[in-house]
Write a protein of this length. Structure first.
Length: 406
């Protein structure tokens, strides 16, 4: 029998009625002859509430205890969905991350899945029981609960699909597929029937939270067939596929933005070998990922100003580390700004077409939007701008690259 992984996000399990709706969808797949593993998120709003509790205790809380708190949201949904399946006459049981087990590394709050032992679960599924698995969580090296970072249930689902050798991983959500831009911001956005793994990877990592970045990485590495579709309407969604499967290639396939950015500038840092290591070493040790980096040499030739961006969740931690390391790094002043956003255009067509960056900068200039930092890769161009211009920038770029629906 074919194995199928179905994942339902927060909105899709946001009320008891919706959970019952999910149970009916799962039942249909079981009756169609599939061995089903369902991965669920916490009911919508629950994880935010739990994260907020942690921050109210202290923004610099112990990440291991954060995981103990935020992993609970998914536990509730597994039990409720298992009960809803029972009510539909379907055999089902709940599995928490540690029960499977889904083994992760010890990077609490953003752990990576290292291995999944599906022996017990697969045997249970083969005996006709639906596995209802808690997304977002696993168990770390010291047998402590771990979580996979916000949006991590997508990664749980794809990892499970890979481990089970499932024929497909269906990600059910509150939109009916992947669009050329966030349909909540750009009403003219178009649904894509297919998107390449690489483009989806860039879109996700640049802010399109419809799939968590690591889930796409994992799907690409293990060649898992992933479909993004709606849990509320019955129609095909978007398939994430290999580049060869796409006949008509756009230069730009999507525009995306990330508000999860913060900018830090260190003024008058001594311009000598080792200084970048002195700054980014302690940040890395504190688990802070640095993204864009800009360095300017001051007029005296002995000092440099250094600007970089980090995830907003790491903001307090980064400021704390840099303040403590001020003497050993040797900078004069630190400026910081959370009111920034990163806007990106993505497309595999950029490999063979020039002029994308120019068109992007020109479009933003016409709207009087100032660019604070730029990064590029083979298939994307990203700019950092003031957060107030987010919607204007995304919409203008969407039209400028001919993505608007007719
Ligand atoms: P879930 O709770 O099901 O995991 P998410 O909120 O994490 O759902 O992801 C779905 C949301 O992603 C949509 O509601 C949509 O606003 C947003 N989104 C951002 N960019 C895109 C895009 N390019 N295509 C589709 N949805 C997008
Ligand atoms: N509940 C978690 C979150 O809100 C994981 C997920 O929904 O994918 O981030
Ligand atoms: Mg999500």
């Amino acid at each position: 029998m074919a194995r199928l992984v179905m994942k339902f996000g927060g909105t899709s399990v946001g009320t008891i009625e919706r959970i019952k709706n999910v149970a009916r969808k799962v039942k249909r797949e079981v009756e169609a002859g599939n061995e089903v593993a369902v991965v669920v998120s916490a009911m919508s709003g629950e994880t935010n509430k739990l994260v907020d509790f942690c921050n109210q205790i202290s923004p610099l809380h112990d990440q291991r205890e954060y995981d103990a708190v935020v992993a609970t949201g998914e536990q509730v949904t597994t039990g409720l969905l298992a009960m809803a399946l029972h009510a539909e006459g379907v055999k089902a049981r709940s599995w928490q991350g540690w029960q499977v087990p889904i083994n992760t590394d010890g990077a609490h709050g953003k752990a990576r899945i290292m291995s999944i032992d599906t022996t017990a679960m697969a045997a249970d599924m083969a005996a006709g029981t639906v596995a209802v698995v808690a997304g977002f969580q696993g168990v770390g090296p010291n047998r402590r609960l771990s979580t996979l970072g916000r949006g991590g249930s997508d990664t749980s689902a794809v990892a499970l699909a890979a481990a089970l050798g499932a024929r497909q991983c269906d990600i059910y959500t509150d939109v009916d597929g992947v669009y050329t831009a966030d349909p909540r911001i750009v009403t003219a956005a178009r649904k894509l029937d297919k998107i390449t793994y690489e483009e989806m990877l860039e879109l996700a990592s640049l802010g399109a939270k419809v799939l968590q970045t690591r889930s796409v990485e994992m799907a690409m590495n293990h060649r898992v067939r992933v479909q993004v579709l709606s849990s509320l309407v019955d129609k095909p969604g978007t398939m994430v596929v290999d580049e060869e499967e796409i006949v008509e290639k756009q230069i730009v396939s999507g525009v995306t933005y990330s508000s999860d950015e913060a900018k830090i500038t260190l003024l008058r840092v001594a311009d000598r070998p080792g200084v970048a290591a002195a700054i980014f070493g302690p940040l890395a040790e504190a688990g802070v990922n640095v993204d864009m980096i800009i360095q300017n040499i001051a007029e005296d030739g002995r000092h440099t100003d250094l600007t970089f961006t980090i995830g907003r969740a790491d903001y307090e931690r980064a400021l704390d580390v840099l303040t403590r390391e001020k003497a050993s790094i040797g900078f004069e002043k630190m400026l910081h700004d959370k009111n920034v956003v990163k806007v990106s255009v993505v497309g595999v067509g950029m490999r063979s077409h020039t002029g994308v960056a120019r068109r992007m900068f020109q479009t933003l200039a016409e709207k009087n939007i100032n660019i604070q930092a730029i990064t590029t890769s083979e298939i994307k161009v990203s700019v950092l701008i003031g957060a107030d211009y987010t919607e204007l920038a995304v919409r203008s770029l969407h039209s400028a690259f001919d993505l608007d629906a007719a």
